[in-house]
Design a protein around this ligand. Structure first.
Ligand SMILES: [Zn+2]
Length: 424
């Protein structure tokens, strides 16, 4: 392993440094404003030799971007935090309270939780020169704010799946926050519970924010390729017309405008669930949906942007949420153990937003998500229905996008070919 890594590191030195920063065509000054300094990392961090093969599973790291109309409670819910006392601390603490006043769309928040979903630490950068950090010490939660001057470093990683996605990202030294971003970037093409195969490969170029040599926050994926069952999918970061970061395929179609392949969140916990995650087809009459077995409490995600039209108890279905999307499409999520905070009729939700939690309420023999997909009120198989074509890059940005996509493609090829040496 160390020998392979050395080969990889040496090849990375051949990547032209300056091209990387300019290649992606991210205009500065918008929601995700350009960071003050950028540099390119040429060495590949090598994980400690002798690190335990199984990391202690008690800490979960999640990262989420603040959405328009977000609340701190909603954001924490998406981060997998279920901690009333932690939320109460943030409300009462003079520093913690700053987060409520400075919740800016586009900024990201990182949270670490234990198995009970209690908050262990939280990091939020309201701007690029300040960070609010909350951590759990012997005396409980503490919050502090400090100024910082991070620099952005680029990382190039490639890996092959041998047993699981997280085993591959661990082996490649890819942080969980980036691994989760990979699953989100490709979630409209790949159901990470069902579709992954041994031998699938991925390559990713991403940023990490450092200050004084210390990691302060994971950044964004700039481009990535995922080869699933022989089919290559690409994601290139590009800013849409409103200046929002979005991932596009190389042909310029917006990846997020399709529906998620699975409305059940893929995580270290659910990924360990193995074969039991295959859809189960139970026998209640007139079964009109797809069932996804998953551990109780697994987060259920909105399959696309939309508006909640129903949230509550429905006979047989138990706790249920129904969401209306564009194009006369609606989705329904049943047997939930509970709802994410703020889910009521009229609530706007974004694709991938946690709306509830897997349960077994109503007529259910075990925890699973019952998922329905309707077009103009008629039940359809979401895996078979032809969906509205994704909105592409607007024509006036097309030339700029094509340039960025070509550059991203070249970089990814470099990363991929350098890693193939590692594995041969
Ligand atoms: Zn069902």
């Amino acid at each position: 392993m160390p020998v392979r890594r050395t080969a990889f590191a040496a090849l990375l030195l051949a990547v032209p440094a300056l091209g990387v920063v300019t290649a992606f065509g991210i205009a500065p000054g918008t929601v995700t404003e350009a960071l003050p300094r950028s540099s390119v990392v040429l060495e590949v961090p090598v994980p400690e030799i002798g690190a335990p093969a199984e990391p202690p599973a008690q800490r979960f790291v999640n990262q989420e971007r603040v959405l328009r109309g977000d609340t701190v409670a909603g954001l924490l819910s998406r981060l997998g935090v279920r901690d009333e006392a932690g939320l109460a601390f943030l409300r009462a603490d003079p520093v913690g309270r700053q987060i409520f006043r400075q919740l800016i769309p586009g900024r990201s928040m990182q949270a670490e939780t234990n198995e009970a979903a209690e908050l262990l630490s939280l990091r939020y950068m309201p701007n690029t020169t300040a960070v609010i950090e909350v951590s759990r010490g012997p005396k409980g939660l503490e919050a502090r704010e400090r100024t910082l001057a991070p620099d952005t470093r680029m990382f190039y990683k490639s890996a092959t799946i041998r047993s699981s996605l997280f085993a591959a990202t661990d082996a490649a030294g890819i942080p969980d926050a980036i691994a989760m971003q990979i699953t989100r970037a490709f979630a409209t093409d790949i159901d990470f519970h069902l579709d992954l195969r041994k031998g699938d490969t991925f390559s990713v170029i991403y940023e990490m924010l450092y200050e004084n040599g210390e990691l302060v926050a994971p950044g964004r994926i700039l481009s990535a390729e995922f080869v699933n069952q022989g089919h290559a999918y690409h994601a290139v970061l590009f800013q849409d017309e409103e200046g929002q970061d979005a991932y596009y395929a190389l042909d310029g179609s917006n990846r997020a405008k399709a529906f998620l392949r699975s409305p059940v969140e893929f995580s270290r916990v659910s990924s360990g669930f193995g074969a039991r995650l295959h859809p189960i087809h139970n026998t209640w009459r007139a079964h009109t949906g797809t069932d996804f077995a998953a551990p109780k409490g697994t987060r259920v995600l909105s399959a696309a942007d939309g508006t909640v039209t129903f949230s509550g108890w429905r006979n047989g279905y138990g706790n249920t949420i129904e969401i209306r999307h564009g194009g006369a499409v609606s989705t329904l999520y049943a047997h939930l153990s509970g709802f994410a905070s703020g889910m009521r009729a009229g609530t706007r939700v974004r694709q991938g937003e946690a709306i509830g939690f897997v349960g077994a309420t109503g007529w259910a023999t075990g925890p699973h998500l019952h998922y329905e997909f309707k077009v103009a009120g008629m039940h359809q198989n979401p895996m078979k229905v032809a969906l509205p074509k994704a909105t592409p890059v607007p024509s006036h940005l097309r030339a700029k996008f094509d340039e960025a996509a070509a550059a991203a493609s070249t970089r990814i090829q470099l990363v991929r070919s350098s890693s193939s040496l590692r594995f041969e």
